[in-house]
Design a protein around this ligand. Structure first.
Ligand SMILES: Cc1cc2nc3c(=O)[nH]c(=O)nc-3n(C[C@H](O)[C@H](O)[C@H](O)COP(=O)(O)OP(=O)(O)OC[C@H]3O[C@@H](n4cnc5c(N)ncnc54)[C@H](O)[C@@H]3O)c2cc1C
Length: 242
């Protein structure tokens, strides 16, 4: 029987199943005694409440569990072994975030270049501004680096090896590049980014302000940047935990 609540669950309002880590043995230390469930979201007692974000959308949710009876077939990796399964899930999430999202980064960069080519500031096209050219070139370099780093990580997976803590570097580098790209878009659009056609900003606001606001969550979702730095410090650089 599962009881409790979980905030920030992406797409729970449309999902058929969720990955749920629940404490199943309170008598053992914190990382032990946790079980990983592949939980059927249609089970009686599961309630999903959408949460509105800064973009105006409700992409993630709060999920409530009220005396939810789960069949043992929905346990993944054995009872009380959920922490190990959860860590594997997170490493894969970071790896795919780093690799899959670098493709979206490339698409966003192409959009940004189109924006820069079409905007004028102080009587000259933005792409002729030497400082802006440096910023755009740096974005391109960082996007290329992410592509090759991601390709190396995917090759490792195809060889049957596990993603390691280095997945944290890809995630961090992606966050830094993507948030910088969105900030540069705001800089290029300037006051135009604030123009709204109608009263509903989320629906009628511009594309760039929307993606800028959404990008603020990048350094939180999938593990915060501070946590990625801790992983890199401890597990890649071998620095002491404190
Ligand atoms: C868009 C979005 C979608 C999400 N989707 C999901 C989802 O589908 N499923 C899910 O389970 N979660 C989801 N989350 C939640 C997300 O994983 C957490 O918000 C994130 O891991 C941070 O945890 P927290 O909110 O508990 O912050 P906290 O752990 O409370 O951290 C608060 C602050 O303290 C810092 N901090 C905490 N511990 C340390 C430390 N040891 N050293 C240094 N700094 C520290 C953090 O970096 C952060 O700045 C989502 C979040 C967002 C923004």
């Amino acid at each position: 029987m599962i009881n409790g609540q979980k905030v920030w669950t992406s797409f729970a309002h449309v999902a058929d199943y969720m990955m749920l880590l629940a404490r199943t043995d309170p008598s053992v230390p914190k990382h032990k005694g946790i079980t990983y469930f592949l939980l059927d979201m249609k089970l009686p007692g599961v309630t999903v409440k959408p949460l509105r974000q800064i973009t105006g959308e409700a992409e993630f949710n709060e999920v409530f569990f009220d005396n939810v009876r789960v069949h043992e077939s929905q346990v993944l990796g054995g009872v009380n072994n959920g922490w190990a399964v959860g860590l594997t899930t997170l490493m894969y999430e970071r790896l795919t975030l780093g690799f899959g999202l670098q493709m979206r980064l490339r698409i966003a960069l192409e959009g940004l270049l189109d924006l820069a080519k079409g905007m004028e500031k102080s009587g000259r096209v933005v792409t002729k501004d030497p400082v802006m050219r440096q910023k755009l070139a740096q974005l391109w370099i960082d996007t290329e680096c992410l592509k090759y780093t991601g390709a190396r990580a995917i090759t490792k997976l195809l060889r049957g090896e596990m993603p390691g803590p280095e997945a944290s570097t890809g995630k961090m580098a992606w966050v830094d590049t993507h948030q910088r790209l969105q900030e540069i878009a705001m800089e290029i659009e300037g006051p135009y980014s604030q123009l709204v056609k109608g009263s509903d900003w989320a629906v009628e606001g511009g594309v760039w302000p929307h993606s800028f606001l959404r990008s603020r969550a990048n350094s939180i979702e999938g593990g915060t940047t501070e946590i990625q730095k801790n992983i890199i410090a401890e597990r890649l650089l071998g620095l002491p935990k404190d």
